[in-house]
Design a protein around this ligand. Structure first.
Ligand code: SAH
Length: 418
């Protein structure tokens, strides 16, 4: 078996951590139990490119239980948990190509290694596998039946490929399932981002100005949690409706040029490029902390920052001090890569349970229905989304009401007015 990981001797620690989170992934467990019996993925080669975490490990186990022949590479150079990678190789016999802190060349070498598997299904988080396959390994397209995509950024890239008629096979946008983005993007990013900032810096949140750039699902989550910890939250936006929402949620809304002057901690979660730039870094307070929890490492203009930096040093793990030409110091966390996965462990299992249940069931759906699908981006079927919600509620021990016959009739009638 071919693989490329940091250290196989970390495997036992990884296995315990994988088992620890499995307890909080009840929906995925149920799917795994059914997959073991029904083997719906028998013999299907899957190349997955996801954050190599304990939660992902339980997804990989589930795919394998369904009969899949799956390999895994990292979807970000800094998010790999090396003990998990080791355990997947040693205990679960799943090939992994991922090392925490790998450089860009190694990152892409690992993506190519996963592609060597000649996938019938690709599973992406950010669309790097799909784009590498289409750009450099078109010869592999003949094997591919379909794919899935985990995250907002990836879905945006794929939609653009579909619109330009270059997408070679159908892909299901797992991110767009309600049981994914309502919870993973909001509560997951909310908690794991604060966790990453705190683990990296051990800074107090209470009383600080926390500036959140972007008020999408991720931004809403981070703002909510920062507020809960006592921060004075400032939001920056470009969309008028989201800006109103942020204002009515009780946050100060202003342009980044103004927020840069008052912020103590900055978090970008926009999915866009160069949201915080040189002119903003230049006016920040001495000691400001800057990080990103969205998209790739492009939300902070680090090249621009470099041009006004006179000296740099790593002052703690994941904390780089930049001394600026104006004499002030600012602190960039985790090289501007997703702080929640670089310095913490990504989203907790409880939300990844639903995200990865969507992944597993979307793969099953794709295999059954690929012949009828076109080379474009599809939503997760609504019945899958609702079934995951139902199972999650059941696992949480929450019961809800059912419509009475009278209510059902009322909801489809138009005759009854004032
Ligand atoms: N691939 C890009 C951006 C995506 S990261 C990059 O790496 O820069 C955001 C995605 O990470 C989310 O959609 C979420 O589902 C996933 N994620 C968050 N926590 C995770 C975890 N613990 N395990 C696996 N994936 C996780």
């Amino acid at each position: 078996m071919k693989y490329d990981i940091k250290d196989l001797s970390l495997a036992d620690k990884g296995k315990l951590r994988i088992e620890w989170v499995d307890q909080n992934m009840p929906v995925l467990q149920l799917i795994r139990q059914r997959f073991e019996k029904e083997r719906p993925l028998q013999g299907v080669r899957i190349s997955a490119c996801l954050h190599v975490t304990t939660e992902t490990a339980n997804l990989m186990r589930t795919l394998k239980a369904g009969g899949a022949d799956a390999v895994l590479c990292a979807s970000n150079p800094l998010s790999t948990q090396d003990d998990v990678a080791a355990s997947l190789v040693k205990h679960y016999e799943i090939p992994v190509f991922a090392i925490k802190g790998e450089d860009n060349d190694t990152y892409y070498r690992h993506i190519h290694a996963a592609l060597e598997h000649q996938p019938m299904i690709t599973m992406d988080d950010g669309a790097d596998v799909v784009s590498t396959l289409h750009a450099e390994r078109k010869d592999l397209l003949v094997h591919v039946i379909g794919g899935t995509e985990e995250t907002t950024t990836g879905v945006i890239r794929l939609r653009s490929m579909a619109q330009n008629n270059v997408l070679g096979y159908p892909i299901i946008a797992v991110n767009d399932a309600q049981t994914k983005h309502f919870f993973d993007n909001r509560y997951g990013t909310g908690q794991s981002t604060m966790d990453g900032i705190i683990r990296a810096t051990n800074t107090l949140i209470a009383g600080k100005y926390v500036v959140i750039c972007g008020y999408g699902w991720c931004g809403r989550g981070v703002a909510m949690r920062a507020k809960g910890m006592g921060a004075k939250v400032v939001v920056t936006e470009v969309e008028p409706i989201k800006a109103i929402e942020a204002a009515m949620d009780g946050f100060q809304v202003m342009p980044i040029a103004e927020a840069a002057l008052i912020g103590d901690i900055f978090v970008t979660v926009t999915g866009d490029i160069h949201v915080i730039r040189k002119e903003h870094f230049n006016v920040m307070k001495n000691g400001a902390i800057v990080c990103n929890s969205g998209h790739f490492n492009v939300e902070l203009d680090l090249d621009g920052l470099e041009t006004i930096t006179t000296a740099k040093r790593m002052i703690r793990d994941f904390v780089e001090e930049h001394r600026l030409t104006n004499g002030k110091c600012i602190y960039v966390l985790g090289e501007g890569r997703l702080i929640n996965l670089a310095a913490a462990e990504g989203h907790p299992a409880d939300v990844m349970d639903m995200s990865f249940a969507n992944q597993a069931l979307s793969v099953e759906f794709m295999l059954k229905n690929a012949k009828t699908l076109e080379k474009t981006v599809y939503a997760v079927p609504e019945d899958i989304d609702r079934e995951i919600a139902r199972l999650k509620l059941e696992a949480m021990g929450v019961t809800i009401d059912v419509l009475t016959e009278e209510q059902k009739a009322y909801l489809v009638s138009w005759e009854m007015g004032t």
